[in-house]
Design a protein around this ligand. Structure first.
Ligand SMILES: Nc1ncnc2c1ncn2[C@@H]1O[C@H](COP(=O)(O)OP(=O)(O)OP(=O)(O)O)[C@@H](O)[C@H]1O
Length: 237
């Protein structure tokens, strides 16, 4: 059974004004899918549609565990008056996490992501990268079945990127499914099992790197080459 099945016929910000069309894919256990495409292609719109945030949607989105997914947004969102630790405790309470396990894991995550020293400060006063790391540990602590991550790599320093990649690998071993949009194609090429290449609101190519290469007519090409082929509108069906 798929952790997530997506069959978007049309979706947009206003009724009857489709921004994305015919986006179909599924996410299985342990899988990491990269959502790739030029600026304005429809990646964030696809993510928002999956999260049920769009005004206009035709199609079907099915989570195997609808209550167990985590979204890590590109632009961090925090409560103005809660410290990082209060955010974490709040999430643990809302998600009804086992308190012993939560307390153990939260300490480990705060240390690992180098946020222990600022746990009693307001995330709104953190740097952009620290805010991103805070959003990451807020998601990790809930132990979801699926992660939906909007551009995780831009803004994180190289050690934080490495930490995130290690966390992603560990979560995948646990059977978690991850969908991640990114412009960092060399990293995506190395870590993702499959790719969705979105261009002008449609799925221009999808599958493993080999399948994408074939669809682009670029056998042996990099993800970067395939991206350019599609962005220039030269992909073969
Ligand atoms: N809130 C909104 N209201 C109306 N149109 C929007 C809104 N947000 C995005 N759009 C439009 O939807 C289209 C797809 O945008 P989207 O944000 O999904 O692109 P993206 O692939 O995530 O781009 P980027 O790589 O720049 O983040 C664009 O034409 C954009 O102008």
């Amino acid at each position: 059974m798929n952790l997530l099945s997506v069959d978007i016929k049309k979706a947009g910000y206003e009724k009857e004004k489709a921004i994305i069309r015919d986006i179909q894919f599924s996410l299985s256990k342990g899988e990491l899918i990269g959502l790739i495409g030029p600026n304005g292609a429809g990646k964030s719109t696809t993510i928002k549609t999956i999260l049920g945030l769009m005004e206009f949607k035709e199609g079907e989105i099915r989570f195997e565990h609808p209550e167990k997914y985590a979204y890590i947004p590109e632009r961090p969102i925090f409560y103005d008056e809660l410290t990082l630790r209060e955010h974490l405790d709040f999430v643990a309470a809302v998600e009804e996490l086992d308190q012993d396990r939560y307390k153990r894991e939260v300490e480990e995550l705060l240390r690992l992501y180098k946020l222990k020293e600022v746990e009693h400060q307001l995330p709104s006063t953190f740097s952009k990268g620290m805010q991103q790391k805070a959003m990451i540990i807020l998601a990790l602590v809930t132990r979801p079945a699926v992660y939906i991550i909007d551009e995780p790599f831009i803004g994180l320093d190289p050690s934080a990127v490495k930490l995130l990649l290690t966390s992603i690998e560990e979560e995948r071993k646990r059977g978690v499914g991850i969908m991640m949009s990114t412009h960092v194609l060399d990293t995506a090429e190395k870590v993702c099992d499959r790719f969705l290449l979105v261009n002008e609101g449609i799925l221009a190519a999808s599958g493993t790197l080999e399948e994408i290469q074939q669809q682009c007519g670029l056998v042996g090409g990099s993800l970067f080459d395939c991206f350019h082929q599609i962005a220039e509108g030269q992909a073969h069906e």
